[in-house]
Write a protein that binds this ligand. Sequence first.
Ligand code: CMC
Length: 391
Amino acid sequence: KGVITIDPGYKNTGSCESAITFLEGDKGILRYRGYSIEELAEKATFLEVAYLLIFGELPTREQLTKFHNDIKGQSVVDEDVKKILDAFPKSAHPMGVLASLTSALTAFNPSSVNVNSEEDMYKAIVKIMGKFPVLAAWTLRKRNGLPLDYGDRSLGYVENILKMMFKQPNEDYTLNPILINALDKLLILHADHEQNCSTSTVRIVGSSHAGLFVSLAAGVSALWGPLHGGANQAVLEMLEAIKEDGGDTKKYMAKAKDKDDPFRLMGFGHRVYKNFDPRAKIIKKAADEVLANLGVEDPILDVAKGLEREALEDSYFVDRKLYPNVDFYSGIIYRAMGIPVEMFTVMFALGRLPGWIAQWREMRLNKEPIGRPRQIYTGATYRKFKSIDER
Ligand code: CMC
């Protein structure tokens, strides 16, 4: 007692016990509630995975139908939220807009704040599961100057997201099964990742008993950064820049290794995975399949593969155990699906939503204390105040 050790970035500090996600970095193992990510990505739907993460078990058919119906029943967003959206410039980054609107939802749903029972929590959860995709789709429609779409209750959760994002006015939008499968898989792969930066943010904000929606809005903000979820946008911009530079991967490898250059090879490295990121393996394969199925030839994929080959043979990356992470190939799939680059991190947020919710719910049910790290003070010792004339 009384001795404080510091651990910048919490590299080796546990903040909680959790029964949601198991991750063994050295072996590249990732499991949600005991189920392997490989099997879930192959066999489950995103909504099943969301239920699994939040409530701990895979749903029966009846449980899944009820969960989906409850979500659909809460997918209407207050008309006044549109006025807030209208006030943003068209050029605003969708992640900033999404964080603001998610936070604003609290004002229109005050009952979602004081959640003191599992029933209250359930109500708040289905509300945000219903409204968040609407807000996410609206950020894209606003950017593209399209009228807002309210979704289609006859569709599956992921199908509805695609339609809300892409349906053009007066168009008889047909859903492409390749896009549905690809998005389902991507959202599952992003659904949870234990105590990462945005999830820890959600837990710490929620630990003060702030409402669920503002806790999630804080998670969206944390995810936005390029060292975290924003890496998917940064990867694509980096690959584009390399392509424009005549495919000179060596130049960018040299920049990444130069300690005087702030540039990092985006989509490489991970705090926990020091062997490989199992999600990256699945996504790399999916990228090949989706591009082939959609008949898209993207030279960026060749740049990415070339860069990966070089990095995996380079002693700088090998010695530091830097491997491609989940974001290295995801942007290539999003791009093939027609999703603009500024929306990539919003797609990540749509996937991470159930993970954030599950972690927030666990934290509240475990009655965890308010998050409050300590510090070691390194500033001045006592100084007598000087009036402004004496300074
Ligand atoms: N390019 C070049 N060097 C790197 C990179 C990189 N992408 N990542 C780490 N390093 C170096 C770093 O400079 C350090 O070198 P040294 O030991 O000589 O000082 C060493 O590797 C260890 O790096 P670190 O920054 O101490 O590691 P960390 O655990 O604090 O950071 C990371 C992890 C993911 C933030 C970092 O690897 C990174 O910035 N990667 C690029 C951004 C990225 O792709 N982020 C997405 C992460 S996965 C999605 C998610 O869940 O967020």
